[in-house]
Design a binder for this molecule. Structure first.
Ligand code: NAD
Length: 487
């Protein structure tokens, strides 16, 4: 079949607005590919102001009744959604693999993490409670209550198509807000499927809306006067833009950006544990994780041990279509993204880093594959030592001591996640105390906070005040009203 024929038969995605599926009548579309084959599997309509405005009107109209719905009744819809997600988790994971490329076990894990968000949001009757104090002055009492604010929206990246929107919408609607989700145009199928389950779960029309699009839809969200707040996840330049533009139009914004994650390995670390965890962190999901290990800062003789162990580990990794058994690493998301990562590798070689394992060798012709790539003797000023690559490329920088390693992390403008591998409580304590990254771990490769904790980085990896999910979500999605009374 020619590409043209496949485009003709590819499924055109729809929006979900006011409790109904709607065809989106726009000329511009984004071709969605199966990254393992290159086949065009869908067309994302690139809606703009008109499509977004329809969703805002539906969400706005649904807000007064949803807000008045007792929280205990609101969360019943989330309980139904949770069970529908459980029943359909395998199908959702397969959709994630097909449109994103990650392996099926990785996709299953991401769906599980998404479902856990819904579980935490069902605790809203407890987590939404306010505070009160009698006699703040004689005969005067004071209480604070959390109130929903109206319409919220989220803008999602391509790398976790099912999970990332679930960081936000379960909490927003549990709090009594209504919501609009704009998935990444590169991976629209997962949320299309989630919204089918939302439709079955019995949320009133307009409470949860789905709008497909790219840049224009994002600008429409940021410019719309009836959207109270925006949750963004994506690259740092866009995160900064969303934060600034959203704030300029008076919105509450939490904007999660890109990452360059440093992993410190001390000479006293359990090397087998460190090698396995670092390799999984760097090459899992083809390195397309905001928590992926980017640079190994191995201290003293840990450097040679790590390098040798990583080379051996990488040789054993099988790449291929993530839907097949026995595959350790799937493809990258797209042809253009692969080209960008290849550009980084070429630049690294040109700048004098040592290419220890070259992932460009022996890759399948179809799809957007690259093998795990390892650079050594990387300098912090080199492009590969500094910029986010977001592919299966791991860099190593030999370090003399922990102070030098921490200094490298302090100098970098991104601070999403970081880990240390050590057997020393003293080193671990120093790392925890001094590292800038706000998702930090000891002897763990992927410092991922679970649904009941907040998620988000520091410095240019996060713009805003309140992080995603956990208790902070109940702060982000409500206004705290203080009520003072004397009778
Ligand atoms: P991206 O910034 O290209 O896109 C994210 C969203 O923004 C998409 O919905 C897209 O439609 C929209 N967008 C893209 N360009 C835009 C523009 N110029 N103006 C307005 N909107 C625009 O990010 P991506 O490539 O989809 O995702 C990968 C990035 O996301 C990486 O940098 C990764 O580190 C980051 N990420 C961060 C976290 C975190 O928790 N901090 C989590 C996942 C991914």
């Amino acid at each position: 079949m020619t590409i043209e024929n496949r485009v003709d038969t590819a499924q055109r995605l729809r929006d979900y607005v006011g409790g109904a599926w709607v065809d989106v009548d726009v000329a511009e579309v984004h071709q969605v590919h199966n990254p393992a084959t290159g086949e065009v599997i869908g067309l994302t309509p690139l809606g703009g102001h008109g499509e977004l405005d329809a969703a805002v009107r539906a969400a706005r109209a649904a807000f007064p009744a949803w807000r008045r719905t007792p929280v205990e009744d609101r969360v019943q819809c989330l309980f139904r959604l949770k069970f529908l997600l459980e029943e359909n988790a395998e199908e959702l994971a397969r959709i994630v693999t097909r449109e994103n490329g990650k392996t099926l076990p990785e996709a299953r894990g991401s769906v599980r993490r998404g479902i856990q968000m819904v579980e935490v949001a069902t605790a809203a009757p407890s987590l939404l409670m306010g505070q009160s104090l009698e006699d703040i002055a004689t005969g005067i009492d004071c209480e604070s209550v959390r109130q929903p604010m109206g319409v919220f929206a989220c803008i999602a990246p391509f790398n976790f198509p099912a999970m990332v929107p679930m960081w936000f919408f379960p909490f927003a609607v549990a709090c009594g807000n209504t919501f609009i989700c704009k998935p990444s145009e590169q991976v629209p199928f997962s949320q299309q499927f989630v919204w089918k389950l939302i439709d079955e779960a019995g949320f009133p029309p307009g409470v949860l809306n789905l709008v497909n699009g790219g840049k224009d839809a994002v600008n429409a969200i940021l410019e719309h006067p009836d959207i109270e707040g925006v949750s963004f996840v994506g690259s740092t330049p866009v995160a900064k833009y969303v934060y600034e533009k959203g704030a300029a139009t008076g919105k509450r914004v939490q904007s999660l950006g890109g990452a360059k994650n440093f992993i410190i390995v001390m000479p006293d670390a359990d090397m087998d544990q460190a090698i396995g965890a670092v390799a999984e962190s760097a090459f899992g999901c083809a390195g397309e994780r905001c928590l992926a290990a980017s640079v190994v800062l191995a201290v003293g003789d840990a450097h040679e041990k790590m390098r040798k162990g990583l080379v051996e580990h990488i040789r054993g990794l099988a790449i291929g279509d993530g839907s097949q058994d026995g595959v350790d690493m799937g493809p990258m998301i797209s042809g253009p993204h692969k080209e960008r990562v290849l550009g980084h590798i070429e630049q690294g070689v040109a700048e004098g880093a040592e290419l220890v394992m070259d992932g460009r060798d022996d890759v399948p012709d179809d799809g957007y594959f690259l093998r795990p790539t390892l650079f050594d003797r990387v300098d912090a000023d080199m492009k590969i030592g500094h910029e986010e690559i977001f592919g299966p490329v791991l860099c190593m920088m030999p370090m003399n001591d922990l102070d030098q390693a921490l200094e490298v992390t302090h100098k970098h403008p991104l601070a999403n996640a970081s880990s240390i591998f050590t057997a020393s409580g003293k080193s671990a304590r120093k790392f925890r105390y001094e590292v800038d990254a706000s998702m930090a771990a000891v002897n763990i490769g992927v410092a991922a906070p679970m649904s009941f904790f907040g998620f988000g980085g520091a410095k240019n990896s996060f713009f805003g005040d309140l992080k995603a999910h956990g208790r902070e979500a109940f702060d982000f999605f409500t206004d705290r009203k203080v009520f003072i009374s004397r009778w």
